[in-house]
Each structure stands twice: as structure tokens, then as C-alpha cells.
Design a protein around this ligand. Structure first.
Ligand code: PHE
Length: 511
């Protein structure tokens, strides 16, 4: 017979009621691997060619020691033979061990005494044979079992128990099947079509083709790639919220900035400690920016050196070389500054605007469980006529409410570019504590006036990190598990989608 499939089908072809009584025996007699026969039978069962009935056959197999007994006799008989050979004086235990080996002597001696085949001589302590020969029951039982292919019925229960106790045999359960004709039995298998093809439609053969049934039980393939990192999930949510609030995204797709835009345009003095290499990553190549808007540069320089718009400035020599130094931006406020400059100088003049950005910034900080030297900053600003601190608080409250933080406190703070400045503290309903969540303020006239913004235009702005709300949302307590080379890819794959509840319900719950 060529292959298992036709072997099985033709074994059933003789007459209606033909069966294969046991696949195990069938495989053995046809020289097939049993697993293969089972596999093919199951596949045939799937197409109703055959029906299967599970059989479970129990049989004994001989253990290693039993095989030794089959060839050399049981331990007790071997001990008896040694004692008979030693004659009337018998053997001391060490001498017996020497003769038959330690293991055999131990078991064999015990059984000899129990069977009263030998006795212990009180005076010498030697073992002496009492009978000259004995029937080797154990060996015979094992032979009988082997001859019956391990069939438990070959021996009486007592013998079986004794052999099991001596760990000479162990019971094995084998699963096999009885195979009989199924409702759709055919002597030759016709493969069912899995797909409807254009050719079948063209020729009309689909009308007579047998198709595979749908398997509604099968699991879908898991998707292999394309998971958003939790930071990106939270970013997507924040973007949505900010866009709903009428904010427009700023183009932040560059990491290298000049000191001019990152610091000077923000009225941050050139001697400010944050401008030190300890806090800022400066770029070696190219070390300096190519150009800045010259007329604006002049106005910024004047503001730093001698002031304007009611300010006396910082009163130091503003250095072009310092302003031109390239760096990895330390905040996205560098972009806010450029956007405001554009807004002031666009065709048709200033128009009110709301801008936001969420992008990466870099600070040369000592790294620990909550700080890396890069993070993502969420920044928003509103530029309009006559805005007040109330507008800033209101805007911030609206934003945070949308990300589930409804209780806010503001603490006076200092930023070189905002006045007044406020740190934002939020009561986190999940963590049940107040934490610092952001920074905010109204941009100073010293920053806005050189840009050419109308005098009564006020700009309110705030910033926070994306990492902090993400870590809270995803219950990650070490930033290294969120960002960097230690991140577990499975974490990204399994992270649930991020949703921030609308604040209103939560507010009601708290009242
Ligand atoms: N740039 C500030 C920071 O790095 C955030 C901020 C933005 C503060 C706008 C005030 C106004 O923390």
C-alpha cells in the first residue's frame, strides 16, 4: 500500500461494515508510523469519510531490571545458586556481595529468607542454603507477560501487584482508534476546494465542485506588528483633545535649534545657568547656526542689553557668538517663539491664534527612575488681544479636565520668559495625591515686543511632559520601562488603548 490515506480507505472498501479495529495494530502491520495513521484518520474524519472511536489500551512494559531478570534470573534465585555453590558453610554477607553484586545480594537475600530458601547461621552470621534449588517464579511471570504483549490479563492480580511493587513492570495507556466508514465515505478521497477561483466561474465548474466548510471555530491570526508605543497613544489622545479645543499643531520636526531661538528670543539672559553645558547639549558640528532674522536679532539684542517696553533689560553685552550656538532644543518653547514671530510678521498682520505641539526635547540631566535626558513636551499657547491670567487658568482647567484631572492648584513660579508664572499642581484621582504636572505663564513684553506683536496682544502658555501622564495612565513607575533600550516590546504590544474620560462625570462624582 502506497500511502496511509489510500491504505485506510481501501481497508474500509471491502464491504459496508468494514472497520479498522485498532489503528495501532493497523499501523504496525502496514509498516506505518502510528501518529501518521492517526493524523490522516482525523483529517478523513474532518471530511466525514470515516468515523473514529477512541480506544484506550492498557498494557505492561518491563523495566530495565526486569530485562536483566529475564536473561539472568531473579535476584533470589541468583543468591540461592551462590549459596548452594558455597556448600554447608554458606557465605558471609560481604562474600555474597562479592559473588553476586551489592544490589542483587540485598534484594535476593531478603527474598531467600522470606521464601525460606536460606537461613542465617547464628554462630558465624553466614547465610546458608536450605533448599538445593527453587522455581524462578518472577522470571516466569515476566516471560509470560512479555509473551502476551504486556496484557494485564496474562497474570493474576497478586503477581501483578508483586511485580509492580518491585518496580519491574509499569502500566502504559495507549490511545488509538477504531476506524469505520463515515457518512461521506468514498474509496478515493476527492480534495475539497478551499477557494472559489475565476477559472471555476469561467468554466462553471464551481457548480459541481465540493467546497471546504467554513470553520467558524478557528482563531484569527494575531497581528504581527504596527503597535503604537504608550507615549504615542497618549500623544494621539492629547492631540485630539487640543484640536477639539481649537488648537493648531506647530511644526516641531527638528531637534537642533540655535541658542537664539531656544533662549535669547525668550529673553533668557546669556549668563543664565540653564545655558550651561551641564544643562544643555550643545552641538559640535555644525556648532553655529547660519542665520537669524537680522532686524529681529537687533531688537532682541537691544532688549537684553538696555530694555524697552517699560523694562530696563539685563544690562550686559549681548554676544552674537553665544546666540549662534547650536544645541538640542531644551524645550519646544523655541518653536512657540518662532511661531509667534511669524504670527507678528505675517502678511496682513497679527491674527489671534491657538497653537500646540507635542514633541521631544533634551536636557543634560542626571538620569534616575523618573528622569532621562530626553522627554516629550506638551505645549500650548493662545495669542490674542487683552488676555488675562484668568484666561490662562480657564484654558488650563479645560485641558486638564479633559484628561481626567479636575482639581488644580497654581503656585507662583519663575520663568525668564513669563510673568506671572505658575506651576500647575493636579490632584490625581487615581493616585489620590497632589503632584506637579506642569508649568505656565504669560509671555513677557520683553519677549513679545521685539517680535513686533501689537502692544495689547497677550500670549498665555503652558507646558507639561508627556511621560508623566503616560506613566500614571499605564501604571509604569520607572521611566526606563517606558522609554529606551530596556523597554519590553511585549509591554508595547499589550498596552491597552488610551482613553481619557470626559471630565464632567468625574467632577460630579467628586462633589
Ligand atoms: N518651557 C517650559 C518648560 O520647559 C514650559 C512652559 C511653556 C512654561 C510655556 C511656560 C510657558 O518647562
Amino acid at each position: 500500500m502506497s500511502d496511509p490515506e489510500s491504505a485506510i480507505l481501501s481497508a474500509l472498501s471491502a464491504e459496508e461494515g468494514s472497520t479498522i479495529a485498532d489503528t495501532y495494530a493497523f499501523a504496525a502491520s502496514h509498516n506505518f508510523d502510528h501518529n501518521q495513521i492517526v493524523g490522516v484518520s482525523k483529517s478523513l474524519e474532518g471530511d466525514a469519510y470515516v468515523t473514529l472511536k477512541e480506544l484506550s489500551t492498557q498494557f505492561f512494559v518491563l523495566q530495565k531490571e526486569a530485562n536483566d531478570i529475564s536473561t539472568n534470573g531473579s535476584q533470589e534465585v541468583r543468591v540461592l545458586n551462590a549459596l548452594v555453590k558455597a556448600g554447608d558453610a554458606g557465605l558471609s554477607i560481604p562474600a555474597l556481595q562479592q559473588e553476586v553484586g551489592k544490589d542483587i545480594s540485598k534484594i535476593g537475600m531478603g527474598n531467600c529468607l522470606k521464601n525460606k530458601w536460606a537461613k542465617k547461621d547464628k554462630a558465624s552470621g553466614n547465610l546458608i542454603a536450605v533448599v538445593s534449588e527453587a522455581k524462578d517464579d518472577v522470571r516466569e511471570q515476566l516471560a509470560a507477560l512479555q509473551a502476551a504483549n504486556g496484557d494485564p490479563k496474562a497474570l493474576d492480580d497478586k503477581a501483578v501487584q508483586a511485580l509492580k511493587r518491585r518496580k519491574l513492570i509499569s502500566l502504559v495507556t495507549r490511545k488509538s482508534y477504531t476506524v469505520s466508514r463515515g457518512p461521506d465515505y468514498k474509496p478515493k478521497r476527492v480534495k475539497k476546494a478551499a477557494d472559489l477561483t475565476k477559472e471555476m466561474l469561467d468554466s462553471g465548474s464551481y457548480k459541481t465542485t465540493t467546497f471546504k466548510e467554513y470553520n467558524f471555530q478557528t482563531l484569527g491570526e494575531s497581528v504581527g506588528g504596527g503597535y503604537l508605543h504608550p507615549l504615542l497613544k497618549v500623544r494621539a489622545e492629547f492631540r485630539k483633545i487640543l484640536m477639539q479645543m481649537g488648537f493648531e499643531e506647530m511644526p516641531t520636526s527638528k531637534w537642533v535649534e540655535s541658542s537664539f531661538w531656544n533662549f535669547d528670543s525668550l529673553f533668557q539672559p546669556q549668563s543664565h545657568p540653564a545655558r550651561d553645558a551641564h544643562d544643555t547639549f550643545f552641538i559640535k558640528e555644525p556648532a553655529a547656526t547660519v542665520s537669524v532674522p537680522e532686524d529681529y536679532y537687533e531688537r532682541v539684542k537691544t532688549m537684553h542689553e538696555s530694555g524697552g517696553s517699560g523694562s530696563i533689560g539685563y544690562r550686559y553685552d549681548f554676544k552674537r557668538e553665544e546666540a549662534f550656538k547650536n544645541l538640542l532644543r531644551t524645550h519646544t518653547t523655541a518653536i512657540s517663539s518662532q511661531m509667534l514671530y511669524k504670527l507678528a510678521n505675517q502678511e496682513g498682520g497679527f491674527q489671534p491664534a491657538r497653537y500646540f505641539s507635542i514633541d521631544r526635547v533634551f536636557r543634560n540631566e542626571t538620569m534616575d527612575a523618573t528622569h532621562l535626558c530626553e522627554f516629550h513636551q506638551v505645549e500650548g499657547l493662545v495669542a490674542d488681544y487683552d488676555l488675562s491670567l484668568g484666561d490662562l487658568i480657564g484654558t488650563i482647567e479645560t485641558f486638564f479636565k479633559k484628561i481626567g484631572i479636575t482639581k488644580l492648584r497654581f503656585k507662583p513660579a519663575f520663568n525668564p520668559y513669563t510673568e506671572p508664572s505658575m506651576e500647575i499642581f493636579g490632584y490625581h484621582p487615581d493616585l489620590k495625591k497632589w503632584t506637579e504636572i506642569g508649568n505656565s505663564g504669560m509671555f513677557r513684553p520683553e519677549m513679545l515686543a521685539p517680535m513686533g506683536l501689537p502692544e495689547n496682544v497677550r500670549v498665555i502658555a503652558w507646558g507639561l511632559s508627556l511621560e508623566r501622564p503616560t506613566m500614571i495612565k499605564y501604571r509604569i513607575d520607572n521611566i526606563r520601562n517606558l522609554f529606551g533600550h530596556k523597554v519590553d516590546l511585549a509591554m508595547t504590544r499589550n498596552a491597552p488603548i488610551c482613553r481619557f474620560e470626559g471630565g464632567e462625570e468625574e467632577e460630579k462624582q467628586q462633589q
